[in-house]
Design a binder for this molecule. Structure first.
Ligand code: ZN
Length: 300
């Protein structure tokens, strides 16, 4: 009798252990993104079911990311890759190829976005070296956030159909919050409507269009081409003629040329990262919050 009871207890313990070992820890859908902005939106739409990370850092030049073997290893373990597209992250193709992940779902988040500065002809020098398909910095208009979220939802629902209703609900929540916050940023920046600005690279075409800023010049003569003395002279004259008060500079460019313009014309330099710093669900919004705060006191 005693033996039987011991045996039963042991058997029960063994089956409990087996059940514990068999039950997977909550397996999240792993998502890689080229940019923190896309990863942040994936974190929002994915909620507790998704783990998202970005290859590029928020303060890095998104056109040029070194393809490291460690990125390929990371991408070999994910279910979804979110690309920025429009030839911005061509480096992502090498990472994806090197990852040798046949089950990987690749989603290009630029699909359906109204593209600015689209080249009219095949070879258009005004697009420079790095914007051959038009301006790819579309995530910097908050009105494009919901379109990105729709791509994220589509990819997540394919990778994990069981949670498709959750992803759809979170996408809706994201789009509503994005629109509400966007209205607030527009109100805070309304004093800049029509203001003339200069930017270093043309990272801010969508941001400027969204908030009614007029870009009257670039420190780069063409996207991806460093300035010459002659170009800076012309830009100085344009800043003075247009009474531009704001120069937005990405942190990965040297600041000697912007400082030169500041000394010559009194234009004020604002260093803004082209992407959000983190990859948490609220970080896409926090980036616009900090830019709106930075420009709140800027002269229009
Ligand atoms: Zn660019």
């Amino acid at each position: 009798m005693e033996r039987t009871s011991h045996f039963r207890m042991a058997a029960r313990a063994a089956s409990l252990l087996a059940a514990l070992l068999a039950a997977p820890l909550h397996a999240k859908v792993k998502v890689a993104a080229s940019l923190p902005d896309l990863a942040s939106i994936a974190a929002y739409v994915g909620g507790n079911e998704v783990e998202a990370f970005s290859i590029a850092k928020g303060n890095a030049n998104p056109h040029f990311v070194e393809v490291l073997p460690s990125y390929m290893i990371k991408v070999s373990r994910v279910a979804v890759y979110l690309k920025a597209g429009l030839a911005l992250d061509q480096w992502a193709d090498a990472i994806i190829e090197g990852a040798r992940n046949p089950a990987l779902l690749v989603e290009d988040c630029s699909g359906g976005i109204p593209v600015l500065e689209k080249p009219a002809g095949k070879a258009d020098a005004s697009q420079g070296d790095v914007h051959p398909q038009g301006n790819p910095h579309y995530w910097l208009d908050p009105a494009n956030g919901p379109a990105i979220a729709a791509h994220v939802r589509a990819a997540l629902s394919k990778a994990d159909p069981a949670h498709a209703p959750l992803y759809a609900a979170n996408e809706k929540r994201f789009s509503e919050e994005c629109a509400k916050r966007n209205a607030g940023w527009h109100a805070r920046l309304s004093h800049l409507n029509g203001a003339a600005i200069v930017t270093y690279h043309s990272s801010w075409a969508y941001f400027a269009k969204a908030f009614g800023l007029r870009i009257v010049g670039y420190v780069e003569p063409f996207p991806g081409i460093p300035p010459t003395a002659r170009h800076l002279q012309g830009l100085t004259e344009r800043v003075q003629a247009e009474k531009a008060r704001i120069l937005i500079q990405e942190p990965y460019f040297g600041d000697s040329d912007p400082r030169f313009l500041e000394r010559r014309t009194g234009i004020k330099v604002f260093r803004f990262t082209p992407s959000c710093e983190g990859t948490g669900p609220g970080d896409y919004f926090a980036h616009f919050e900090s830019m709106a705060a930075g420009l709140a006191g800027a002269g229009g």
